[in-house]
Design a protein around this ligand. Structure first.
Ligand SMILES: NC(=O)c1ccc[n+]([C@@H]2O[C@H](COP(=O)([O-])OP(=O)(O)OC[C@H]3O[C@@H](n4cnc5c(N)ncnc54)[C@H](O)[C@@H]3O)[C@@H](O)[C@H]2O)c1
Length: 264
């Protein structure tokens, strides 16, 4: 049997206490990764750790930190490198919903969404990339995966969640900029861009999601709500050697939603 491809490698996942973050933790552990589970919700990451350890015997560090706060992120980095020697995979997954029409959004709501979805990912990447560039893994020294959203793409921009759209468009831009900036250091940077998935961000409620889809007149060519494990499958591909030559891409995972506008 071939060796697990994440053995000896550490995966740091922000927002690992729930939804996609939890599924990705299980997926990376299945390939032997050690894990750093970050969240502001300690109970959530405790549960994720228990779920992972139920199936896989891997090293896990719980890192309770608010990624929007630079000093908490820097403290997290110190704790991580006291325990581990590398962060091969950095997954900027933590994010929050937010907003209404952009011009009616209050400053405090703008700041709340942008602080987590944009500044949070920037804080974490800024804090960890230097060490990642010095890692001796070959041919790729490290990989960054951002979890964006179709709401941040040209076809998916949505005035009903306007500030969320703005934040995810910025994260897509960061993905491409970091790919340019870190490519010479053998670090790949890609994004997974989900459509509509059943997770706590949608209250884990398929009826609520269906209502929202109807209200927004959204058409899904593959008429199914996505499952978090499908995001984890793509994350595992991006974490694997099979994707080593891919960088700067925003991989859309939406059942065809964004190509269907005005066509169905
Ligand atoms: N579920 C979907 O349909 C969908 C679609 C597109 C994009 N996304 C994106 O996927 C990512 C994960 O979302 P999810 O659906 O799993 O939602 P979720 O609410 O289940 O998970 C998000 C996690 O992030 C954590 N978090 C929030 N603020 C934080 C902070 N400041 N610091 C650290 N952790 C923080 C939360 O506590 C939570 O555990 C988000 O970025 C979201 O925008 C989700």
């Amino acid at each position: 049997m071939s060796k697990k491809f994440l053995k000896g490698k550490v995966a740091l996942i922000t927002g690992a206490g729930s939804g996609f973050g939890r599924e990705m933790a299980v997926a990376f552990a299945s390939q032997g990764a050690s894990l750093v589970l970050n969240d502001i919700n300690l109970e959530g990451i405790n549960e994720t750790r228990d779920i992972v350890l139920n199936s896989y015997n891997v090293d896990i560090l719980l890192a309770e930190a608010d990624i929007s706060k630079e000093e908490q992120v820097d403290m997290m980095r110190k704790n991580v490198f006291q325990k581990f020697e590398n962060v091969f995979l950095l997954v900027n997954n933590a994010g929050i919903r937010g907003g209404s029409s952009t011009l009616k959004t209050k400053t405090k709501d703008y700041e709340r969404v942008m602080d987590v979805n944009v500044k949070g990912a920037w804080n974490v990447t800024k804090s960890f990339y230097r060490k990642m560039t010095k890692q001796k893994f070959s041919p790729v020294a490290g990989k960054i995966i951002n979890i964006t959203s179709c709401a941040g793409t040209e076809c998916g921009l949505n005035p009903f969640i306007g500030m969320y759209s703005v934040s995810k468009a910025a994260l897509i831009a960061f993905t491409k900029l970091w790919a340019l900036e870190l490519g010479p250091n053998n670090i790949t940077v890609n994004a997974i861009c989900p459509g509509i998935f059943l997770t706590p961000i949608y209250n884990n409620d398929p009826d609520f999601i269906r209502e929202w889809i109807k209200l927004r007149n959204i058409k899904l060519p593959i008429d199914k709500i996505g499952e978090a494990s499908q995001v984890a499958d793509v994350a595992l591909f991006l974490a694997s050697p099979a994707s080593d030559y891919i960088t700067g891409q925003n991989i859309i995972l939406d059942g065809g939603m964004t190509i269907s506008i005005n066509k169905l």
